[in-house]
Design a protein around this ligand. Sequence first.
Ligand code: F6P
Length: 537
Amino acid sequence: MLRPFDIRKSTAHKRLLDLASSVGALHLCDLFAQDSGRLRRMSGTLDGMYMDWSKHRVNGEVMEALFDLAKEADWAGGVKDLYAGKHINQTEDRAVLHMALRGAPGDEFSVNGNSVMGEVLATRKKMLAYADAVRSNPDIKDVINIGIGGSDLGPLMVTKALRNHSKGGPQLHFVSNVDGAHIESVLDGLNPASTLFIVVSKTFTTQETMANADAAKAWIESASLPVSDHFAAVSTNMDAAVDFGVKAEHVFGFQDWVGGRYSLWGPVGLSIACFAGSSAFTEFLAGARAMDCHFAEAPARENLPLISGLLGVWYREYLGFNTHVVLPYAQDLDRLPAYLQQADMESNGKYIGRDGQPVKHRTGPVVWGEAGTNGQHAFYQLLHQGTDIHPADIIAIEEPLSAYAEHHTKLLANAVAQAEALMCGRCEDDVREEMRAAGKSNSEIDAIAPHRVFGGNRPSTFILLDALNPKNVGQLIALYEHKIFIQGLLWNVCSYDQWGVELGKVLANDILAGWTEEGFSKLHDASTEFLIQRLKN
Ligand code: F6P
């Protein structure tokens, strides 16, 4: 269990409040002008990843106060407890050890005193052998991952990210929504004889996943094909998967110390391995493991997940910014924001503290985003001139991701330009000068110039990967996972449960039962009752 921590009772808190009104009010361009060593001190590299946090509204003093805050929260002790398999998922009384899933032979991870690495490596070997067999089976052309949330978003995001690494693997598809349109549109045009389904569900009870798995089974059966030849499954509930009709040797298990939204490193990543092959999957794990080692060993001032987490706490608690926007300048990373929405918001979107009391401070931000440059033509207006400030992660890839080299140059130019525009904005003098040069009258200039001024001072982290390869993708995701851990630690929430999604599931099942069977087990309010009756009829 991680001990409770009250950010507002910390010694660093008062200092940070003062710094928020002094340094927090300075303009980023002035911070750069005052300090020629700023970029050198506020950037770092880990293998193929370069991270530049110099465009944040902090200076050395703020960073030191944030490091002190982290020290008061005993971040290093928290990391030790995490890696030691302590039951830091306190409300479910479970360890949190997704790092073990990407562990290498020789690494030691234990739960309740028992090493888990033997089982992890054996399952990995079995799963990767199966994935390679699927890849080399000419009869399997399409693989459909059926799952939702953590059993969908990670595999979907990573297979998209590794588009260039499939090298002859099957076509991958994903079905998640209980809206029948999803499975219908995916199955459209596919041949049951050459399709393999992977049903991924930690619990093997999730309504959406089971509805889609049943529909897939019916589709196979209606083609008079044996279900067991067309299904594999991933679950902690292996018996339920076998009962469903999957051959026992094609059911890949994992343990309850892996949270759904942190599970893509093990069997939940089977579809990634089928798509990209065992070597790519192994590199993916190695990249994440490199970030694990960095997080556990790097000193605070060089520790990239710690620094990312602290910057987010600074903005949420001290500057009052409500959201965090993720802007990958890579079409192949276009599902990263959706993936991070679950990873971050399901983890830290909580108001009860680890002591069971409501917290008095802000916790997780709204996470959102879109691939660049598409987002530029949608919501960047608000990023640049809206009344709220949205700290951004701008992610770019050095190596071109397509044969269209000139596209890539344009893409990168946009990424860099946006980071600069967010920071520097555009002053009124420049706008007026430009309008004068364009021959505008003084009255036109007076009327229009204010609308064309950008205040700037909008912070961003620039993350540059040398290539979008499996290792870097693994490293990037692990960076975010550890950032979320740090923020949860400081915000005093239980980052590894998700009770907030349970009520909706229970009510949906209750409404469904009342709808299709005898009646309702509870009274509904007038509005809900009307909707039910109208839809029922
Ligand atoms: O949305 C809630 C949730 O419990 C997620 O945490 C999880 O990733 C998802 O549902 C799917 O659950 P399962 O893998 O058990 O089907």
